[in-house]
Ligand binder design. Structure first.
Ligand code: F3S
Length: 64
């Protein structure tokens, strides 16, 4: 599974990182880092909860 990060939509709410700081890394200003996220096996549930928690819908799930 992969998370597609749409940086232009991120407003720095940091809810994603509150769910899973090891998956959703933020920059010093509190915005999600650029680049899609490859989700490790066993982390799918945590990652999808974090992605769905974004009020800006900046994080899209891509289940290959
Ligand atoms: Fe940004 Fe959404 Fe996370 S606005 S910091 S991607 S909760």
């Amino acid at each position: 599974m992969r998370i597609i990060v749409q940086n232009a939509k991120c407003q720095g709410h940091a809810r994603c990182a509150a769910h899973a700081p090891h998956i959703f890394k933020l920059d010093d200003a509190g915005y999600i880092l650029a680049g899609n996220i490859e989700v490790a096996e066993g982390e799918e549930l945590t990652a999808s909860r974090g992605a769905r928690s974004c009020p800006e819908r900046a994080l899209k799930l891509d289940r290959q």
